[in-house]
Design a protein around this ligand. Structure first.
Ligand code: MRU
Length: 343
């Protein structure tokens, strides 16, 4: 299995082969791959690789236990691992490799269809804004990377934007830089640029100012875990965008595949584990100088650092959730209307 090594973008495009489940674990933990749906898909391929190495249920279960520890917040990891383990339970060891390969591929194929559904439902929101503005540019603000790089294709927050472009809508994206890992400047800006979507990079704290000056029509972000009551965990800083959007009466939508809903959790602030990452992500900045990749330290070596990777936006600040089955209120009732089987 091959992945794009996202740590190197946008300066280098490197494809990296995963040859063992441990490679998949490293790719997830060290963010060669990132974004909730892609993390889930990578874990599924990791379990297939575990079966290739040793085609026994015990070996796959042991790899699963390790993979589950690789990143705590994105629930797609747990979703994919549990789905594969259910299959392992029902499959004789002799068929394990074939079955897990087929299901890892199915997870990827389904993800593409899910993102397509998000795009189809989300684009209606952008069309509505465009109509209300008599065809003038629709300005979307997004945070982090919830683009095709975070999924198998189309992305989650970007899917409505890509669909809008296909339909000829005039759309412009404000992309937050998204410190400390800079998913906005290094991934979102790169992929929007490659797709020909007009976009402008802004620092993370610019959103409130842009909103006050009428330069944002809608905020659309992704999410790493959404509770059954509609609380949304996403990249650190998302909550502050939601507060600014509420203060400026700007719709704040979250685009998500149903695989990102944690049906067991209700209160996001209390129940969603928030990953704390290495302080070096804050103190050090990666870039390119004289054509060569460099990493520099921007702080005093002794500066104490904390690095919370995600925050939770309470459902009351979310205008709506864009899913593959439609757009709903960020509430248990709203989600259950679209997913009645989870009642
Ligand atoms: O830490 P990451 O880069 O894996 O987190 C990704 C995000 O938080 C994104 O904002 C994204 O919306 C969630 S996945 C589509």
């Amino acid at each position: 299995m091959e992945i794009r090594d996202q740590r190197k973008l946008p300066h280098e495009y490197c494809v990296h082969a995963l040859r063992s489940w441990q490679d998949a674990e490293t790719a997830i933990a060290d963010m060669y791959v990132r974004g909730a749906p892609l993390i889930g898909a990578t874990a599924a391929w990791g379990l297939y690789l575990a079966a290739v190495e040793e085609p026994t249920a015990a070996a796959v279960r042991s790899a699963a236990a390790s993979l589950l520890e690789s990143r705590p917040t994105a629930v797609n990891l747990r979703w994919a691992v549990e789905r594969i383990l259910r299959l392992v339970h029902a499959t004789p060891d002799t068929n394990l490799v074939d079955t897990l390969r087929r299901d890892a591929q199915a997870i990827c194929d389904e993800d593409v269809e899910i993102s397509r559904g998000i795009g189809e439902h989300g684009v209606a929101l952008l069309e509505g804004i465009s109509r209300a503005k008599s065809g003038a540019t629709v300005n979307v603000l997004t945070h982090c990377n919830a683009g095709s790089l975070a999924t198998i294709n189309y992305g989650t927050a970007t899917a409505p934007i890509y669909f809008a472009r296909q339909r000829g809508l005039d759309v412009h994206v404000w992309g937050d830089e998204t410190r400390p890992r800079s998913q906005g400047s290094q991934l979102t800006a790169w992929e929007l640029g490659k797709s020909g979507v007009p976009h402008t990079l802004v620092v993370d704290n610019a959103g409130g100012h842009l909103m006050q000056h009428g330069l944002v029509d809608i905020v659309i972000t992704g999410t790493d875990r959404t509770t059954r009551c509609g609380d949304v965990a996403n990249k650190i800083g998302t909550y502050l965008k939601a507060l600014a959007a509420r203060d400026n009466d700007i719709p704040f939508y979250v685009a998500l595949p149903s695989t990102t809903i944690d049906w067991q959790a209700r209160d996001g602030v209390r129940e969603i584990p928030i990953e704390e990452r290495d302080g070096k992500e804050v103190s050090h900045v990666r870039g390119i100088a004289d054509g060569r990749p460099v990493t520099v330290c921007t702080t005093a070596a002794s500066t104490p650092i904390s690095n919370y990777a995600f925050d939770v936006t309470p459902a009351r600040l979310v205008t709506g959730l864009i899913t593959e089955r439609g757009v709903c209120a960020a509430s248990e009732d709203g989600l259950l209307e679209l997913f009645p089987e989870m009642r």
